[in-house]
Design a protein around this ligand. Structure first.
Ligand SMILES: [Zn+2]
Length: 69
């Protein structure tokens, strides 16, 4: 019986790989997707851009509303 758990195996070529490896060193298959740590800043930037676009739109609407009264 072989000890299982200490070493990970590639699901594609069944060769032993380093635990936590993102790409198999034998067949170069992507095993795990890299963690997306820059997801929150991107979301925040989009939110800020949307917020400013909304504020500008509101200012324009108020300007047009007051102009035609
Ligand atoms: Zn492999």
């Amino acid at each position: 019986m072989k000890a299982v758990g200490s070493k990970e195996k590639c699901p594609f070529c069944k060769e032993e790989i380093t635990p936590g490896a993102l790409v198999c060193k034998h067949c170069h298959s992507i095993i795990k997707l890299p963690p997306q740590s820059k997801k929150v800043p991107t979301w925040r930037n989009k939110f800020i851009l949307g917020f400013y676009a909304g504020v500008l739109f509101m200012a324009l609407m108020i300007y047009l509303y007051t102009k035609f009264l």
